[in-house]
Design a binder for this molecule. Structure first.
Ligand SMILES: [Zn+2]
Length: 265
């Protein structure tokens, strides 16, 4: 743990994540990203074809599964004494009509599922796996970490306070690409290998706690792998390969299953 403690103290712009135990580059505060999320989420929905959950069974399913996952996460944080970390969360779930195989969650619990991913999830448990995974990216601060890295790369870090104060177009672009919002992604946005593993790990636990069989993750990621097309070799990319991911998910399964209490209908 000593190495971890040193890392915390040597990175002044870092925060310690209480769920993953990892130190993360945080040039933007949680309040800042939650504020941006409110604006960007509203903007995204106003320019997208939102499927109304009135009498649409897919939209109803997205809300139902999302609400269960949110309740599981709230319970998990409560059990760890971390309820205050979700204070700014006002969950919203929307299904958007788009052929993209995508879903994402902005900080503060602003979730979008694209209709294009439903033929791949095929069932509620697999949708729960996807939502667990995407919501973990938000609650584990991955988007904030990625945004901080984007700021360093694109704005040199120096202009940060100015950029945030002005909510410049550049900052908004960095925010949107950090959270996978936009039409040019096509597939679920892969984060770094470490972040993907964290999202798979906690995502499976949250899906299981919400009453969904986490084992649906394996066939789901196999179906995703088939869609993937050409990918760079693993050593050239910081993203996990499909095979690597599926193997790790299988290794995480006993732990996830220990949280699994099927929904009683
Ligand atoms: Zn991911």
């Amino acid at each position: 743990m000593l190495a971890g403690a040193i890392a915390v103290f040597t990175c002044l712009a870092c925060t310690h994540n209480n769920i993953t135990g990892r130190s993360q580059l945080s040039l933007v505060s949680e309040t800042d990203v939650e504020d941006m999320a409110k604006t960007e989420y509203t903007k995204f929905l106003s320019t997208s074809k939102v499927v109304s959950s009135n009498a649409n069974k897919d939209a109803e399913m997205v809300t139902r599964v999302g609400t269960r996952i949110a309740a599981a996460i709230t319970q998990y944080y409560k059990e760890k004494g971390l309820t205050n970390e979700l204070e700014g969360y006002k969950w919203e779930f929307n299904l958007v009509d788009s052929k993209e195989v995508n879903a994402w969650c902005m900080p503060g619990g602003k979730v979008v599922v694209y209709t294009g991913i439903l033929p791949v999830t095929q069932n509620e448990a697999a949708l729960a796996v996807v939502l667990g995974h995407e919501i973990t990216h938000a609650v584990a601060g991955h988007g904030r970490e990625r945004m901080s890295q984007g700021i360093v790369q694109q704005l040199g870090g120096v202009a940060l306070s100015v950029a945030l104060a002005n909510k410049s177009a550049e900052t908004q672009n960095i925010f949107n690409s950090a959270y996978g919002v936009g039409t040019n992604v096509g597939l679920l946005l892969p984060f770094s290998r470490k972040q993907e593993l964290e999202a798979d790990h906690y995502g499976l636990i949250f899906a299981a706690m919400a009453g969904y069989n986490p084992q649906e993750a394996v066939p789901f990621w196999q179906r995703m792998a088939k869609l993937g097309g050409e990918k760079p070799p693993v050593f050239l990319s910081d993203h996990p390969s499909d095979e690597d991911r599926i193997q790790k998910i299988q290794a995480l399964m006993p732990e996830a299953l220990s949280y699994y209490k099927p929904i009683v209908k």
